[in-house]
Ligand binder design. Structure first.
Ligand SMILES: Cc1cc2nc3c(=O)[nH]c(=O)nc-3n(C[C@H](O)[C@H](O)[C@H](O)COP(=O)(O)OP(=O)(O)OC[C@H]3O[C@@H](n4cnc5c(N)ncnc54)[C@H](O)[C@@H]3O)c2cc1C
Length: 307
């Protein structure tokens, strides 16, 4: 396995728990991956193809609901919130049966058309180490190692979960960064999440996580800089404070930047190598890698080791 973000670790867990001998090679420790930056709300945002993403998301929802029974351990909680400007009918059509209570937001909950839902909200600072430990407990191994040639990895099956790294490694120029910036503040008492888009199309979101409030966000295509931009941070706080005024004076704890691995379509497929070995790709999950992680992991594991 190459890649130890949420997609790689989840796939590694599924394979190892199916009894396969799995070794993960990762360039970065899990705390320094894009996955560690994610907010992370369960919702298929900025991922293609939409229909498949919904299927993967619903499978992942099953798992996250189970994990939410132990939030302190897994980092997964079911949290209520509002998506502003959401198409409730469309959401009902694909997810209504699985999301009890999905309904239009009231005027007190959101000043505009909005959708109320109870969704998994995942604290990645707990969830990623938990995934790592679950993988190790299943007999897996992790090594910090940068791969420059997938076919050169000496394993009968190689699973490629390198996210944006696939651009150079495969190489696959269709994987492109969509830069996202966040501001982490002390939580002034907000308990529900909120996602809203203003008239100019700018998105603002507030995700309450244990010990902090995550404010977002930006989505800048083909931007590679990992340096937080002070003007963008100011705009994020301003947009969030317009929605929840108590945010205006909240003490800033941290600025975070991540590069979403965007692609016209997630690449989840088996590629036979000339020497008879098998390469499985599982990358390009854009803005929803956490949302679809378990559905994609099970499909990738099936491609890697058909039962
Ligand atoms: C600001 C922001 C907010 C987000 N919010 C959400 C959200 O609310 N919900 C949601 O579902 N998603 C969200 N996302 C998207 C989500 O973070 C990504 O889709 C997801 O993290 C992708 O996971 P990954 O494992 O494919 O990639 P990564 O986390 O980038 O992991 C890639 C792994 O591959 C390794 N690697 C790369 N190249 C090599 C190489 N050559 N050799 C060895 N190892 C290599 C890296 O070291 C790393 O371990 C957000 C993203 C950002 C930036």
């Amino acid at each position: 396995m190459v890649g130890g973000g949420v997609v790689g670790l989840t796939t590694a867990v599924v394979l190892a728990e199916r009894g396969r001998r799995v070794r993960v090679w990762t360039r970065d420790p899990v705390e320094r991956t894009t996955s560690a930056v994610a907010g992370a709300l369960w919702w298929p945002y900025a991922i293609e193809p939409v229909e498949l993403a919904r299927t993967w998301a619903l499978r992942s929802l099953d798992v996250y609901e189970e994990l939410a029974a132990s939030p302190e351990v897994t980092g997964v909680r079911m949290v209520e919130g509002v998506q502003g400007e959401a198409d409730l009918d469309r959401a009902m059509a694909w997810a209504g049966a699985r999301l009890p209570g999905l309904r239009a937001a009231t005027a007190e909950e959101y000043a505009g058309p909005g959708m109320w839902a109870r969704l998994p909200l995942i604290d990645m600072s707990t969830h990623l180490p938990w995934l790592r430990e679950r993988f190790l407990a299943a007999g897996g191994a992790i090594e910090t190692r940068t791969v420059s040639d997938l076919a050169g990895v000496g394993a009968p099956v190689v699973v490629n979960c390198t996210g944006l790294g696939a651009r150079e490694l495969v190489p696959d120029p269709s994987v492109r960064p969509v830069r996202g910036q966040l501001v982490i503040v002390e939580n002034p008492g907000i308990r529900t999440w909120l996602v809203a888009t203003d008239a100019a199309g700018a998105t603002a979101y507030l995700f309450p996580q244990p010990g902090r409030l995550v404010l977002g966000g930006t989505a800048d295509e083909d931007q590679w800089s990992l340096e937080p931009d002070p003007a963008a941070a100011e705009a994020i706080v301003r947009r969030c404070a317009a929605l929840r005024p108590e945010v205006a004076g909240a003490r800033v704890l941290e600025h975070r930047v991540g590069l979403r691995p965007a692609r016209g379509a997630v690449r989840l497929e088996r590629e036979p190598l000339p020497d008879g070995r098998v390469l499985v790709h599982n990358y390009g999950h854009g803005g929803a890698g956490v949302t679809v992680a378990w559905g994609c992991a099970e499909e990738a594991a099936g491609l890697a080791a058909p039962s």
